[in-house]
Design a protein around this ligand. Structure first.
Ligand code: 6GU
Length: 241
């Protein structure tokens, strides 16, 4: 997979080369190129923004610079999927992470200030798939951190990135539920014992217990996730909730 990121703060994306993602780069599973949007400015001040038409606070990123940058970075075949992080976007979910993990090329366009002139998105949409995406219901200063979040969620799904593929298969959200608690040695720590069933060696019982823990945790923390599941997602042993 090839990933390009356009930003006015390229150094913000430095963590991409660390840890898990760095290993994926070293293994040749992904290539990541971070581009400085100001390379496409023409004036001495390298201005990327201007005041909004219609008035109001903040600044809007100018369309010409973004247009030229995207023409160059998105060139080639196949056209990439373009992802524009914005708090006004559709939610980034595990399902969308799986979709992105199947793409050969992703381009992330990081806006700052009050966003990017909408015509940039409208124009790009005539040539490629464009998603305006939000990582949650809060407001960040810019899209850079959201890109780190999305790239990490996507890249860990690529074959060969995680040591154990079961880690991705058994994630929270893979069955629409939150994962329950985990324990390791010692059996008792500060007077707290590991739940006995986990020491029983009875895997049918252990699976049942884990399922109950998932259901309970999801009910308390994210009831809307349970509501969203179809009737078939529940087995006859699932506790009456
Ligand atoms: Cl993707 N960008 C910004 N700037 N703020 C956000 C966001 C994205 N998702 C949630 N808040």
């Amino acid at each position: 997979m090839r990933i390009d990121v356009l930003t006015i703060f390229p150094e913000y994306l430095d963590p991409i080369r660390a840890a898990l993602l760095g290993k994926a780069i070293d293994k040749g599973l992904i290539s990541v190129d971070v581009h400085d949007l100001r390379d496409w400015t023409h004036d001495v001040h390298k201005a990327v923004d201007n005041s909004p038409y219609g008035g109001g606070p903040g600044m809007v990123m100018r369309p010409q610079i973004w247009g030229d940058a995207l023409d160059q970075v998105c060139a080639g075949d196949p056209a990439p999927r373009l992802v524009v992080p914005t708090p006004a976007g559709r939610p980034f979910t595990q399902a969308l992470a799986h979709e992105y993990a199947a793409e050969p090329r992703l381009v992330f366009a990081c806006g700052r200030y009050e966003g990017i002139d909408q015509r940039v998105i409208d124009d790009a949409s005539t040539r490629m798939r464009v998603d305006e995406v939000s990582i949650g219901d809060y407001v960040l200063v810019g899209g850079e951190v959201a890109v780190l979040v999305m790239v990490e969620a996507v890249v860990r799904l690529l074959p060969g990135v995680l040591g154990n593929p079961r880690s991705a298969a058994e994630d929270s959200f893979s069955d629409g539920l939150l994962e329950g608690p985990s324990y390791t040695r010692p059996e008792v720590w500060r007077d707290l014992a590991v739940p006995e069933v986990l020491l029983s060696g009875n895997h049918r019982l252990i699976d049942r217990w884990r399922r109950d823990q998932s259901l309970e945790r999801t009910l308390h923390r994210r009831p809307e996730l349970l509501e969203a599941l179809p009737e078939e997602a529940f087995d006859k042993h699932d506790r009456a909730l």
